[in-house]
Design a protein around this ligand. Structure first.
Ligand code: DX5
Ligand code: ZN
Length: 226
């Protein structure tokens, strides 16, 4: 399994062929570490992308780990978090820019204290222009940081070069917490992103823009990088 690669399916238009391609990656020993589900509320970010719960159920049944990135503001955040958990999320990131983000982290940690449910990993996503101290003060309450290397809101954007330094600083400040980097990752920058201190990356457009080439790209990455 390619543990360090997670795949954003935001840009996938035709689900059926995509899902069969995804399954065929398993047979080629190129299974990706997790599926990254982007949810947008049209307020925290301009675009709207609802949580595709049917798809989540299908992917969870197929044995895929689901990591949900909630680009959602205060108004519907709690509701979306609960929905993500209900439909099989293994990990949830909420944005540190949301007012009183700590309250929402506490909700997930509260659910985790009830032994009858599976553990849900909780993390904070941080925008390119947000100071890393905002995450550092909550580090004891979270499992993961999603470093945005584009401004959130749409797929297929260009990686922001200053993100390398940001990843390094977060690694320095937060120690061995999981760091995942999201936005504009491709076969050219992935190596430097991982060398800067990321544990994992999210890849969207670079993989899903041509689903017939996903296997070749992943094979190259497996051979040369991860
Ligand atoms: C951006 C999203 C990303 C995005 C990644 O708002 O959070 O997850 O879909 O896709 P690429 O790799 O195309 O930037
Ligand atoms: Zn994302």
């Amino acid at each position: 399994m390619l543990e360090k690669i997670t795949m954003s399916i935001l840009g996938v238009k035709d689900l059926e062929p995509f899902l069969s391609e995804l399954d065929s990656l398993k047979e080629k020993d190129l299974e990706i570490g997790a599926i990254h589900i982007d949810v947008m509320d049209g307020e925290f970010v301009e675009n709207k992308a609802l949580m595709h719960t049917g798809l989540m159920e299908k992917l969870a049944e197929g044995g895929y780990r689901l990591e949900v990135h909630l680009m959602v503001g205060k108004k519907s955040l709690e509701e979306e978090m609960i929905k993500a958990i209900k439909y099989g999320a293994d990990k949830i990131w909420i944005h540190v820019e949301v007012e009183d983000a700590e309250k929402y982290i506490n909700i997930v940690n509260g659910i985790n204290r009830k032994a009858e449910f599976k553990y849900i990993s909780i993390g904070l996503a941080i925008n390119p222009d947000t100071p890393i101290q905002n995450v550092a003060i909550l580090k004891d309450k979270i499992d993961s940081v999603l470093v945005m290397s584009v401004f959130p809101g749409k797929g297929g954007q260009k990686y922001i070069e200053s993100s390398y330094e940001k990843i390094k600083s977060i690694r320095g400040l937060l120690g061995d917490i999981e760091i995942v980097v999201d936005g504009g990752i491709n076969e050219k920058n992935i190596k430097k992103v991982l060398e800067s201190g990321a544990d994992k990356v999210v890849m969207g457009h670079a993989l899903t823009s041509n689903i017939n080439h996903m296997d070749k790209k992943l094979m190259w990455i497996k051979k040369h990088i991860v």
